[in-house]
Ligand binder design. Sequence first.
Ligand SMILES: CC(C)(COP(=O)(O)OP(=O)(O)OC[C@H]1O[C@@H](n2cnc3c(N)ncnc32)[C@H](O)[C@@H]1OP(=O)(O)O)[C@@H](O)C(=O)NCCC(=O)NCCS
Length: 233
Amino acid sequence: MSTEKSVPIDESHARWMNIDNGDGKPYGDGRTEKSNKPSSLEPENTSLLDGNIYDPTMLANIPWSQESQAKFKPGISPTSPGVGLVLRPLRIEDDQKGFLTLLAMLTSVGHVSAEDFRNQFEVMAMCPNSYYVTVIEDVEQGRVVGCATLIVEYKFIHSAGTRGRIEDVVVSDAYRGRQLGKLLLETLTLMGRHNVGCYKMSLECKDSLIKFYEQFGYEKDPGNNYLQQRFKV
Ligand SMILES: CC(C)(COP(=O)(O)OP(=O)(O)OC[C@H]1O[C@@H](n2cnc3c(N)ncnc32)[C@H](O)[C@@H]1OP(=O)(O)O)[C@@H](O)C(=O)NCCC(=O)NCCS
């Protein structure tokens, strides 16, 4: 089992985090005051991953047959998700393949330009071992038809452990009921537990979906509550 706890801050990371580079001057990163985001991030980071948001070999190393909790009938897996389908990391061109349209079936997406998408993608790709945005593509159609994200948080507590959160789970209307939601959830849960080494994983959902998530081992945590506040941005 490989755990990926140690995350060195490389130079490009340091640059956009504005960390002192050793000569007493902070790196200039081209951020604008308005967005507080880098306007252009180093492309070598995403090219290292060949346009993927994380290393695709992660998906081949999931202990699927030994550890899968949900039942799949017929049997599918991360490497065999079904005829004409592929399960893979989000790619830098996936806004052209309906990724944002898919997310709009979950919640409000708002206006996201091609540049916004690319910037956000690169910010995530530059946080190593943190954003496992995973999609299912219908290869014949060239469309992204399902997605879910494992986000990994790095802690000082729990022996400098990592915890995982599942976010943004959605399967396109026309593809529902084909076990793709289950495939995404089981894949990311196993990845978080076994490949990343999370001590805890969690998600938020409506009452009607509790049963759906219980099949992967998630349980309600009595006495603990989910609190939130929203801001106009
Ligand atoms: C929830 C969702 C991702 C499930 O995807 P899917 O590919 O249709 O699900 P699967 O085919 O893998 O379904 C597997 C099982 O979950 C059950 N299930 C699916 N959607 C469900 C729902 N909305 N409520 C309760 N159970 C549900 C199915 O009945 C099925 O049960 P079975 O295995 O006992 O037959 C999909 O319905 C969806 O995208 N919904 C809209 C977005 C959303 O609500 N996302 C979750 C945010 S927390």
